[in-house]
Design a protein. Structure first.
Length: 549
């Protein structure tokens, strides 16, 4: 592959990684409270590390030689670099600080600063020594302190650089290549990093060819059991130089491709995403609504209306409307007789008519907290089947976020819905005038008939014949009086039918207004927080899916 082709491929790979990291950043943003804090912390650290590494030189590949005490990694470091740069000897640990050898120093300074390699431990290959090794131009080779050192400072430094190096070369010796500390603490944790991990079985000169082959097979089997699917094992000898060129070729491949840094970050990202998907099932296995559908909103409104007692309030208003209409459209004689009976409004406990505008709703509307809670819980439970437990709890918490004050808010707001009982329909007034006109006619006819009887029949006093007429008019006066009573009663009966229709309309209007207010409160106090949590849920899993690619 040409250098330009390698760089073009590296750009594409970095672009794909950038998309995944952006998605992971969204996961980290949306995950708190729903994902294990340790996972969020690890993902945040990866984002910071990836951001720092991608801003630094992409033309340099950081290769770290890691291993335990006595593995010979410092000797191998010197053999690869061709210089005696890192101290070797019998005393352990020999390497107390990280040493770096750079092939092509231009632009490596900021990267070495980020790696925290001290200036006195940085070395550069002279151009005369690089003849024949042009493919290593851009290599930064690190000799790490022993990871099993008794010195805490070197142990911490080794761990830090193993975590951020682009490529890890594990230098193992034939005596301790199966060391549990190395495999459990590091190798198993880096399973899935095959593209950026190499195993150098050093000190191969101490083994016979058959023994070396047996060690390679045994090490390969061990690594596969730990999750390293295709381990790259290179037998080497820092003493004789055996296998060093093969190791250089492996390193040169990573350097020329300019993709090791991206591959390392991708492997780290895959590992974090693997941990996330273990606790967060794949979103395609679930069917979760983006928002609360209209049917569920209607169901919540119905339940809250029942909790408030909207039908009971509407019935009370209907009774008040009917009782109040008596003063206007009832037959006057019946109204006058009704004054001798107890006030029907008192049985409704609604107070006097002078206060009916507010008294009825204020006294009757009171949301029952238990029923309100059940309605809210039913909505949340209907939306969460199939969700992970943490997200189910999140939806429930969102639905209940305003539960403590919700009954009071509903009661106060709905209690302000005033029935228009202060408004007197025009036909009530017209009918009242008509009824009193009939009463006047009835009284006049009755008075006329009495006068005829008194003056014409009983002969009391001098009959004003010209004014009253004769006795023959009595039947007609009686018919007129009865007719007036009949018309009055019929109009009263008809008006009551109209009152019933009007009361029904007023009840429907009141219940509709109360329901509208309750629906608005439910939308603001319950539905919107739930929809916000559902959006968070769907955005989280969309980001999780994008980051898993």
């Amino acid at each position: 592959m040409t250098v330009s082709g390698a760089r073009a491929g590296a750009v594409d790979t970095r672009s794909d990684l950038g998309v995944r990291l952006t998605a992971l950043a969204r996961v980290v943003e949306l995950g708190p409270g729903r994902v294990d804090p340790a996972l969020i912390t690890d993902a945040s650290r990866l984002l910071m590390r990836a951001g720092d590494r991608l801003k630094l030189s992409g033309d340099h590949t950081v290769v770290a030689l890691a291993g335990g005490t006595g593995s010979g990694k410092s000797s191998l470091f010197n053999r690869i670099s061709g210089l005696e740069l890192s101290p070797t000897g019998v005393r352990r640990p020999t390497t107390a600080r990280t040493h770096a050898c750079v092939w092509g120093l231009d632009g490596a300074g900021p990267l070495l600063d980020w790696l925290q390699v001290q200036w006195r431990h940085r070395f550069a290959r002279a151009s005369a020594l690089d003849r024949g090794e042009s493919q290593l131009h851009g290599l930064i080779l690190l000799d790490l302190p022993d990871h099993d050192s008794i010195r805490a400072i070197t142990d911490h430094e080794a761990d830090r650089l193993i975590e951020i190096a682009d490529v890890i070369v594990w230098v193992l010796d034939p005596q301790k290549y199966a060391d549990a500390a190395t495999h459990t603490r590091y190798v198993a944790e880096l399973a899935g990093h095959e593209a950026v991990t190499v195993f150098a079985l050093n000190q191969a000169d101490r083994l016979a060819p058959e023994e070396l082959a047996e060690c390679v097979v045994d090490l390969s089997d061990l690594l596969k059991r730990e999750g390293v699917q295709q381990p790259r094992i290179v037998p080497t000898s820092a003493t004789t130089g055996r296998g060093v060129n093969s190791l250089k070729s492996v390193l040169a491949e990573s350097v020329v491709n300019r993709r090791a840094a991206v591959h390392r970050l991708q492997a780290d990202l895959d590992r974090v995403m693997g941990r996330l998907t273990k606790v967060m099932p794949a979103p395609e296995a679930m069917s979760v609504q983006q928002s609360v559908d209209l049917a569920r909103q209607e169901g919540l409104t119905d339940a809250l209306c029942d909790a408030v007692g909207v039908p009971a309030v509407g019935e009370a208003m209907e009774n008040v409307y009917g009782a109040r209409s008596i003063a206007w459209v009832g037959w006057p004689f019946a109204r006058w007789a009704a004054r001798l009976r107890p006030d029907p409004l008192n049985s409704l406990r609604l107070g006097g008519l002078r206060d009916e505008i507010k008294a009825v709703t204020a006294a009757s509307v009171s949301a029952q907290p238990a029923e309100v809670e059940n309605a809210v819980q039913a909505l949340a439970d209907g939306l969460t089947p199939g969700m992970p437990e943490a997200w189910r709890d999140g939806v429930r918490d969102a639905a209940r976020s305003n539960l403590a004050r919700l009954p009071q808010v509903i009661s106060e707001d709905v209690g302000e819905v005033a029935p228009p009982l202060d408004r007197v329909p025009g036909w009530w007034r017209a009918l009242k005038i008509w009824q009193y006109l009939l009463v006047a006619l009835f009284v006049a006819g009755l008075a006329w008939a009495v006068a005829i009887v008194v003056y014409g029949v009983m002969g009391v006093g001098q009959e004003p014949a010209d004014l009253l007429g004769d006795v023959s008019a009595l039947p007609w006066l009686g018919l007129m009086t009865v007719s007036v009573l009949g018309v009055g009663l019929l109009s009263a009966i008809a008006s009551r039918n109209f009152v019933v229709l009007g009361a029904n309309r007023e009840r429907e209007r009141l219940e509709r207004d109360m329901r509208r207010r309750i629906a608005a409160i439910a939308k603001e106090q319950v539905v919107q927080p739930v929809e916000q949590e559902l959006r968070r849920y769907n955005e989280f899993f969309a980001a999780l899916t994008a980051a898993r690619r």
